[in-house]
Each structure stands twice: as C-alpha cells, then as structure tokens.
Write a protein that binds this ligand. Sequence first.
Ligand code: NAP
Length: 305
Amino acid sequence: MSTTWHVLGAGSLGTLWAARLARAGLPVRLILRDHGRLASYQTANGLTLVEQGLAHTYPVVGETSDSPGQIHRLLVACKAYDAQEAVAQLEHRLVPDAELILLQNGLGSQDAVAAQLPQARCIFASSTEGAFRESDWRVVFAGHGYTWLGDARHPTPPLWLDDLQAAGIPHEWSTDILTRLWRKLALNCAINPLTVLYQCRNGELQDHQCEVATLCAELADLLECCGQPAAAEDLQSEVERVIQATAANYSSMYQDVAGARRTEISYLLGYACQAAARHQLSLPHLQQLQARLVRQLSARGLPSD
Ligand code: NAP
C-alpha cells in the first residue's frame, strides 16, 4: 500500500501536484487552512485542473490540520512566508521520521522548516513548472517544466520518486539542490524587482542593460562569498537569455504586485541582502534595489516583508 501524499495548500502548485498524483491512482489528501475553506472546498466536489483548455475534476479528500491521522509524507505547497506556521500547525500529526517536500521559491523558508523538525527529512525542490489559480479550487497548468528535488544532508534519492514517475511529474533528483536554488534566486533578484520598479514585461529590461549587468556582478560576488561558485558561473549571460526568452511575460513578482498580493521578497532579494550583510559584503546596488522595492510596495499598501 502506497504512503499517502498529504498536500498542504490547495493553491496553484498544490493543486497541480495533487491532481496528477490522484489521477495516477495514488492516495492523496489535501490539508486546507481552516473549516471555512474546507466547507467551501466540499461544495466544489474536488480540485479542477485545466490542461490545454480541458478541465478535469479530481475528487481529492480534504481535511484540516486538526483532522485525525498521522502524516508520513507532506508536500508543502504554500508560499514561503506561510510555510513555517502552516507546518507548525501539523507538527502533532507528523511521525518523527516524516518526509517533507518543500516547494517554496527562494531561500530561507526551507531552513526554517528543517530547523523546526530536526528529525524529519526535508527535501528541497526547485520547479520551472507554471500554474495559476483561475478561481478557488480551479487551477490552470500554464507552463510545462521540470522539478529538481534534493536533500543537501542525505544524497540518497527517496523511493517515492516512482510515484512522481507514475503521475507524469517531470523531475530529477539533484545532488546540488542548493546550487540550483541559489542560481534561481540570483536570476530572480536580477529580473523580478526591476520589472516591478519599471512596471514592465521582462523583455523591456533590455532597455536597462547596464543596471542588470551591475546587479549580476554584485550577485555573482555574493554567490562566490556564500560558497556557491557554480551558481555564479555566467550569471549575466543566463539573465540576458532569460530576459529574451521570456520577453513577453510579466514576472511572478510583477503579477503579485499587480494583483495586490503579498510578494515573497524576504525570501528572494531580502535573503540575498541579509546574506551579504552576514558576510560583511558591500553590495550597494542590490541594497539600493531592495530599498526602492520596499518603498514601492509600501506606497501600494502591500507588505514589504
Ligand atoms: P498559491 O497559489 O498562493 O497557493 C498557496 C496555498 O497555500 C493557498 O491555497 C493557501 O490557502 C495555502 N495556505 C497558506 N497557509 C496555509 C495553511 N496554514 N494551511 C493550509 N493551506 C495554507 O501559491 P503557489 O503559486 O502555488 O506557490 C507556492 C510556492 O511555489 C511559492 O513559494 C511559489 O513561489 C512557488 N512556485 C510557484 C509556481 C507557480 O507557477 N505557481 C512555480 C514555481 C514555484 P488559501 O487558498 O486559503 O489562501
């Protein structure tokens, strides 16, 4: 009998994972925020995933943190700023050697969760898949991609990667997951805040090449200083490639701000600036970028952390 996949958070990525695991006949349960959200979910008869214009509803069982039953495997699919508290609410149900898969973007939240549960195995993930919520309990699979999974403390891959294979979730076990997460964080820091400040699509950053190049140089210094030289390699050329390849897109941070949603700034640019401060590394342009972004968020009445 397969171990149940408990999915914490029925947003974009949580739904994308839960729907595909359920479709493959694997046992899945969704953990929702509270009884109000559970009641709302129950009227929807399940999670709907829209793929290439076709919608399918999967009747995944919903529950809340105070439901009974132990949790052996938990997919944490909430935002970075919610992860610690959401996991804390479930601590009493987690078996001591539980496995957690952390889908959060950026850095900082994964270590915070791992420190909270020293006996559990925390697997970090970095995903290029894209999904968005069309409405509650209905998610559109917008961009095919890949998910890298890894555990910096134990390089042995878990057996349940077979479940991902069966569910058609493209993935790879990575022995350098931290390098991948740092690299993604650096790409994000070089692109996303500027798209918010200039209110533009990624491609329009081609008009701000000098500023992008200066940020890339500072970010590369930071990566070297943090023991991540591989993540620093050819950073500027990859940033330029991403800007070109995604020219017509609005960055996730731009979309959060446009939708008046809280951003994950503390786990992206904020994390980078804190790491620089810890290493007494002066990165004036990166710090200035953070100050400008914080001002912009505050001016719009959005949280600046
Ligand atoms: P999202 O759509 O906002 O979903 C987050 C979900 O977490 C929401 O459904 C929210 O519940 C739920 N949640 C928050 N606190 C909770 C709690 N205490 N108990 C239960 N549920 C709780 O976010 P997302 O886009 O899936 O992003 C999740 C993470 O993946 C982020 O770090 C993001 O950067 C990363 N990521 C996303 C994508 C993407 O394409 N979406 C791609 C790569 C990486 P409510 O519905 O009640 O608010």
